[in-house]
Each structure stands twice: as structure tokens, then as C-alpha cells.
Ligand binder design. Structure first.
Ligand SMILES: Cc1cc2nc3c(=O)[nH]c(=O)nc-3n(C[C@H](O)[C@H](O)[C@H](O)COP(=O)(O)OP(=O)(O)OC[C@H]3O[C@@H](n4cnc5c(N)ncnc54)[C@H](O)[C@@H]3O)c2cc1C
Length: 440
């Protein structure tokens, strides 16, 4: 038996645009009093909801409970840019790629996770939040173009399809002539992340009991594991922790997880006339040629800009930091869409990414019948789904063939000692942002 006191619980500030444009959610059910479940999942992001859905298929008659510190869709799961990417996407590399063998396995597993999400989207009628649109990569500089050529060569080696686009072709899609060339890959799903994640939770509600605004402050493991929240507690023989970087808040993977934030802003709704001035297609998503550049999305009447990574080992950002980085969003937005003039960016937000130095997830059985799935290295919409689903398979002792691959992956390696991390990580990020130049 061991006790894990949470040294912090999540408190995301600032309204993410994806959440703000949805109708307000129903009042939350908060965990109060004592409960007993057969299966307990903590963390209702992509990983937690995937674990819950998988368990509801594997053990349909047992009591499954899911608990989150915040509202569903308020955490990183509803703050991201919504690219559910099937291909390799190493944020720390120069061209998003890794080694070919590793990437083939990655693609196979990513696609399985996307299909798992697609079946949920079909079952719960979430197709408007889950669109098989593919993704564009856009280069604004010769360096960016060279990175994309390198990426295309990597895709050719993997026998993966892509389409090369020149600047005018990209303008037809995006309305801007900012990009001099690009690459289109077809397998990405574009999600409205908060809409999709909220829809998943609602779809599961007849089989999974959800408690929101119920931060877990301690986990005591034993024959029955017990988690405590400010107003209640719940015990279960099997526990799945899908709290992403907050695994470390409970003492798991200490000094192995890298806590990084990234930021986004969304315009107010564009009028019909403004949309006509912008031109291009009504829905698209574009990833910068340089991983440190600006990601863009258009969803009918709004544009979303995401850029800038900061190192936040205390797992929180501040309104001041969000405002400061908002200025960088304004610059990127104006440089790409000068034809729109001064359209205000209505929503600004930041969110927590968990990375590891070797891009490995935090996955497995960490104590007897305590399972974890987290740290999905910036591709959590897909890999969170994948490892969440596999955590349920592992917990239910299923014979899912992908489990062996997942269990054979390396664990997150140790971070460098202090003060190397606190000095080195911001410096490295600064140098990488600088290298991105106009792509930012
Ligand atoms: C601006 C931005 C853009 C991004 N863009 C993309 C993208 O385009 N594609 C992509 O794949 N990824 C993207 N990401 C990353 C992606 O959002 C994450 O990787 C993903 O959300 C991870 O899913 P998860 O379920 O593992 O964790 P999370 O989504 O972080 O969910 C963990 C949940 O655990 C809860 N929790 C934590 N501690 C406790 C506790 N003590 N008690 C109860 N609950 C707790 C949290 O409230 C949270 O809801 C982006 C992230 C940001 C911030």
C-alpha cells in the first residue's frame, strides 16, 4: 500500500476558443461522499475518455467511473489545435520525422487510434467535430521549403502519399500568399477538440459515470485503491491514471517529464464580407514547415493561430504570459492575413504539453493494478487516445496485439539535472524559435 499526495492539481486559466464557441455545458456532477467502482479512471482528456470507451466495450456490465479536476474540454484536450495526425510528428526534430522502422510502427498505431476515435464519432454523431480533411504544411522561407523536401523524402521512403503544392495553390486554399510552397498529406483528421471531447463524454454517459470539477488530491493504493477529492472519495480495485503531465504531481515519472506550454488565439467571427475578402476554402489546417513556426486553422468564420512553446516546470501559465505571447500571435496573424485589417483575436489561451527527452510515453502498470497513460509528446489527440485505449486493454488483461509493441517501448528517460534544465530548456526553446524566423 502506498500513498501519493498530489503536490498540485490542474487549474487551466483563460477560455479556450474551441470551448468558448460551444453552447455552455450542463451543470457538472461533482464527486461527493463515498463511492465504490469496479474501474476508476482519473483524467478525462483524450487518454481518459479512450480508456473509458475501451473499458465499456471490454467489461460492459461493470461500474466504470471517470473523474476530472476540471470541466471536460477545459484542459489541454479542449485547448489544442485539433490535428489528429497519423504520420510521424516529432516536435523536437527538424522535419517532424524519426527513424523509418520506428515511424512505420508509429503510423500503424496512430491509425488504429484514429479509427477508434472515428468509430466513436460515428456512434455518437460527432462527425461535425471530426473531419477527415488531411493537413497542409506551409513554408514561408527557402529554409522551410528545404525542410519540407526533407519531410517529403522521408514520406517517400515510408511509401506514404503526399502532394506538393506551390504558393498559388496554397493561396487557393488559405487565401494568403504568405507561403511559397507546401505539402499536403491526406490522413489527418481535423477535430474541433472541445466539441469532440465533450461529445465523447456525453456519448459515454450511459455506460460511464463522470464526475467533473473534482480534483484528485491523493491516491492510496492497495487491495482497493482509493482516491480522494475535496468533497468525496472513491475506491476501486483497478485504477487508470490518465492525467498527462500531472502523473508527476502524484510522484510518478519524477524528473522524467518535461512540462511545456503552447498558446493559441482565435479571431472573432468573420462577417460574410470579410470571408469573401479572405477567399480560400472554408475549413483547413496548416502546420508550419519548421516545428517552431505558427500553426493555422480556419473553421468557416474564424481563424486560429498557435505558436510559441515555453518551459513551465510548475505546470501552470499566467494571464500575463498568455497576453505576452498573444502579441506574437497578432504579428503572425497580421503577416499572413493583411487583407483582413484589424480583426480582433477574441480568445487567447495556453495549455500544457507533456514531453519526454526521448519522445517516449509514460505507459504501463506502475503498481499492482495501477495503470498509467500519459506524456504523449505533443500528439496527444492521437497518442493519448492510443495509450488510453491500451491502458484499458492492459488493465482488463485483453489480448490486444498492439499491447506488446506499447509495452516494449522505452520509458521516458531522466531529464538533465538542475540547473541545466532550468537554464538549458528555455535557451534551447529560444534558439529553436529563432531558427524558425519568418515561419513563426
Ligand atoms: C495550444 C495547444 C495545441 C495543441 N495542438 C495539438 C494538435 O494539434 N494535435 C495533437 O495531437 N495535440 C496537440 N496538443 C497536445 C494535446 O492537447 C495533448 O497532448 C492532449 O490533450 C493530451 O491528452 P491527455 O488525455 O493525455 O491529457 P490531457 O488532455 O491533459 O487530459 C488530462 C486530464 O487530467 C485531468 N487531471 C490532471 N490532474 C488531475 C487530478 N489531480 N485530478 C483529476 N483530474 C486531473 C486534467 O484536468 C485533464 O482534463 C496541443 C496542446 C496545446 C496546449
Amino acid at each position: 500500500m502506498s500513498n501519493h499526495q498530489a503536490v498540485r492539481t490542474p487549474a487551466d486559466t483563460s477560455m479556450p476558443g474551441w470551448y468558448g464557441i460551444l453552447p455552455p455545458p450542463k451543470a457538472p456532477e461533482v464527486l461527493r461522499g463515498r463511492h465504490r467502482a469496479d474501474w476508476l479512471i482519473v483524467g478525462a482528456g483524450f487518454a481518459g475518455l479512450a480508456a473509458a470507451r475501451r473499458l465499456s466495450q471490454l467489461v460492459p456490465n461493470e461500474r466504470i467511473v471517470l473523474v476530472d479536476a476540471q470541466r471536460v474540454g477545459w484542459g489541454a484536450a479542449g485547448r489544442n489545435s485539433g490535428f489528429m495526425i497519423d504520420l510521424p510528428h516529432e516536435l523536437g526534430s527538424e522535419n517532424y520525422g524519426g527513424s523509418q522502422d520506428h515511424d512505420r510502427k508509429r503510423i500503424r498505431m496512430n491509425r488504429a487510434a484514429i479509427e477508434f476515435s472515428a468509430s466513436a464519432a460515428d456512434e455518437y454523431g460527432l462527425q461535425r467535430f471530426f473531419v477527415r480533411a488531411g493537413k497542409f504544411h506551409g513554408a514561408a522561407t527557402d529554409h522551410g521549403l528545404a525542410v519540407l523536401r526533407d519531410f517529403e523524402n522521408h514520406l517517400t521512403g515510408l511509401a506514404e502519399p503526399f502532394e506538393r503544392l506551390d504558393g498559388p495553390q496554397l493561396k487557393q486554399i488559405t487565401g494568403t500568399d504568405f507561403f511559397i510552397g507546401g505539402t499536403f498529406t491526406p490522413g489527418t483528421v481535423m477535430a474541433q477538440p472541445a466539441g469532440f471531447i465533450r461529445g465523447l463524454a456525453e456519448g459515454l454517459s450511459s455506460r460511464v459515470q463522470l464526475f467533473e470539477n473534482s480534483p484528485v488530491t491523493s491516491v492510496t493504493t492497495g487491495k482497493l485503491h482509493t482516491v480522494k477529492t475535496p468533497e468525496g472519495e472513491i475506491s476501486a480495485p483497478r485504477l487508470i491514471l490518465t492525467v498527462n503531465g500531472h502523473l508527476e504531481s502524484f510522484g510518478f515519472f519524477k524528473k522524467r517529464l518535461l512540462h511545456v506550454f503552447t498558446y493559441a488565439s482565435m479571431t472573432r467571427s468573420l462577417s460574410k464580407r470579410e470571408q469573401a475578402v479572405l477567399g480560400g476554402a472554408p475549413q483547413w489546417g496548416l502546420i508550419p514547415a519548421d516545428p517552431m513556426g505558427s500553426t493555422l486553422r480556419r473553421i468557416d468564420d474564424r481563424i486560429v493561430v498557435r505558436n510559441t512553446f515555453t518551459y513551465n516546470p510548475d505546470m501552470s501559465t499566467s494571464d500575463k504570459q498568455i497576453r505576452r505571447i498573444g502579441a506574437s500571435h497578432d504579428r503572425s496573424y497580421r503577416a499572413r492575413f493583411p487583407m483582413l485589417g484589424e480583426i480582433p483575436l477574441e480568445f487567447r489561451w495556453g495549455g500544457h504539453l507533456c514531453l519526454s527527452l526521448n519522445s517516449a510515453p509514460a505507459f504501463g502498470e506502475v503498481e499492482e493494478r495501477v495503470f498509467v497513460a500519459g506524456c504523449c509528446n505533443g500528439l496527444g489527440t492521437v497518442q493519448g487516445t492510443l495509450y488510453g485505449m491500451l491502458a484499458a486493454d492492459l488493465a482488463a488483461r485483453s489480448n490486444e496485439p498492439m499491447l506488446a509493441d506499447a509495452l516494449n517501448e522505452p520509458a521516458p528517460v531522466r531529464l538533465y539535472p538542475e540547473p541545466i534544465m532550468s537554464i538549458g530548456a528555455p535557451l534551447k526553446l529560444w534558439a529553436m524559435h529563432r531558427r524558425a524566423g519568418r515561419e513563426l
